[in-house]
Ligand binder design. Sequence first.
Ligand SMILES: *Cc1c(COP(=O)(O)O)cnc(C)c1O
Length: 391
Amino acid sequence: MTDDQPDFSAYQPATIAARGHYGWCGDTGAIIPPIHVSTTFARDATYERVGPGGYTRDDNPTYLAAERTIAALEGGMAARLFASGMAAIAAVFQALAPGDRVVVSKDQYFGTPKWLREWAMRWGLSVDFVDSASTDALARAVAAAPTRLVFVETPANPTWAVTDIAAAAAIARQAGATLVVDNTAATPVLTRPIALGADLVVHSATKYLNGHSDALVGAVVTARDDALWERIGQVRYLAGPVPGPMEAWLLLRGMRTLHLRVERACHNAMAIARHFERHPGVAEVCYPGLDGFPGHAVAARQMRGGFGGMLSLRIRPRRGESAIDAAVGVARRVRLITRATSLGGVETLIEHRKTVEGDDSDVPADLLRLSVGIEAVEDLIDDLEQALETL
Ligand SMILES: *Cc1c(COP(=O)(O)O)cnc(C)c1O
């Protein structure tokens, strides 16, 4: 028997994703990796480990193909899976020391600032929020005091404000700080932050990487093997925020179609953005792909092949109608598009973020977030048209 398995280091990211960084099983010839449900792994008579791991809180063989795939897609040295996107993000901050100062994008997935305020700051992390879409504001914030880490999301939930990753990397580098990019919305298909100078990339792999809204998983990718990466690994194996083997396997299965799904979602989102850009019922379309969008030029530089599947519509209230009633009214009237939180699946979802985030959120009350799926775009446009009651 010859072991002529493909050498995935030689191939393009799209090829690695389609094949799940896996050739076939040497024992059975199966071309799909097994799900290793075992929590513990044997040692031989000389007390050496038979396989790579000893216990599933440290590692599980089912994680490996998914981790190698994500690391390859991001152009990183290695990746680790976590129980969720938030577990991955929390692990990065937990790897720091009390008293460390971090500078974080003000506009981003609301769970990150919420966790920082309610947990990290109480554990002694010093956190400053900044509008990172302004490179000047970011530079000033980082220069204001010694900074250990800079954390940005781009395009950022739910306004899709764009942060210039290369500029943020230069600012972080000059300050001796680590740059972390939440690449959930852009995906490595469109943006590769490590190539632009980021040190770490985090994902809610629950979203586009899995792509089927059926597994909660997170990932951290590192550019290099250093003390911080070591410490992030310790957070995982000491505290145990690991995914189940089934989730890791579903993630790997979902990633096989990542490039096709993202390509189609980009196409659909652009068509929706253009269709509603000058619609009388829509005050503004927030989408980095539109020429008039403030972050468009930076997005065009750092996103390749599309501007993503996420966009927001700001609904123009009719005479006498409040902004919130106008937006919620549209969300109530959709028939095909589903009212639900989350993003990055094959189905189109709509959400009134202000209702979900609560009164202290500064998300505009007229804003509806759309996670554009892979349906026929005409059906999506028709559904939004009838929901805007202008059909
Ligand atoms: C959903 C999301 C998270 C959190 O991920 P979970 O898997 O839900 O824990 C973090 N960042 C972004 C950008 C997200 O969309």
